[in-house]
Design a protein around this ligand. Sequence first.
Ligand code: MN
Length: 310
Amino acid sequence: MSNNNNYDISDSTDCETYINQFIQEFTIRSAEIGKGTIIKRALPSRQKRLVGAWCFLDHAGPVSFPAGDGLDVGPHPHIGLQTFTWMIEGTMMHTDSLGSKQLIRPKQVNLMTAGRGISHTEVAPDIETKMHAAQLWIALPDDKRNMEPKFEHYPKLPVVIKDQVEFTILVGDFLDMVSPVQVHTPLVGVDLTAQANTKTRIPLNPNFEYAFMALEGIAQVNGHELNADNMVVLETGLTEIEVELTEGHRVLLIGGDRLNHQFCCGGILLGVRCKICNKHEKIGSIMMPVLVKFLIIKGSVSKHLYCLSK
Ligand code: MN
């Protein structure tokens, strides 16, 4: 038998079975925020706590409501992370203990870096009748966890159109475009909206893990159906993936370097009781006494700082 190496060896990465080993589907759950606003919560879940440093992912809407009945999330604190809001439809007013006051409109991003502590509110204007948004949290690395808090508003994000898909680069770099949004670990976030029934191959960073969430309609991710009730997660090691979309449908892609140690979000979210109404709220923190002292010194602590339901 001759030892002939001059034949084509098929690349195992071409094989569907190989690619599908990297893909998992997880069911996502519903949760209630504010007064009666139902959202889909993809992260954290029992099966998946983090995608890179993305540690929380809520999808709210699309929903219509009578003027005056919009989301009204009163003052509540965050530490050790960044909150990231991607507005798709409707408007929301952000205020915080730094004195920021910013209306967010569709196609805009609000990024609040909580660092060593901040308190904020998110309230729909009285005239608002629609809401569709994604809110994510980003865990800060150890050396940035206690950084000075800050708030940034990004009115315009880079957009690339390829294969009749509008890609909005929310975080990181993608298709040679770079988002201006300031994060502190290698991350990517992209909104994909189909302008027609289309199929596209998306380049991936093999060092990143990724997740897809449907924001409008459904999609096929390498043949796996992505819908309102699931999340499709890609393990590290892939260099591209095929996504099939129907006209008008929209998906969110997030990804990042897998974190190699227990990151903050699980540690931060310990339950506390509201000191005013004694109701249990899962917005507490092991750092809460420090945070509250800081906010009192700043003169920004609200009577119901602890409690989202007031
Ligand atoms: Mn918040």
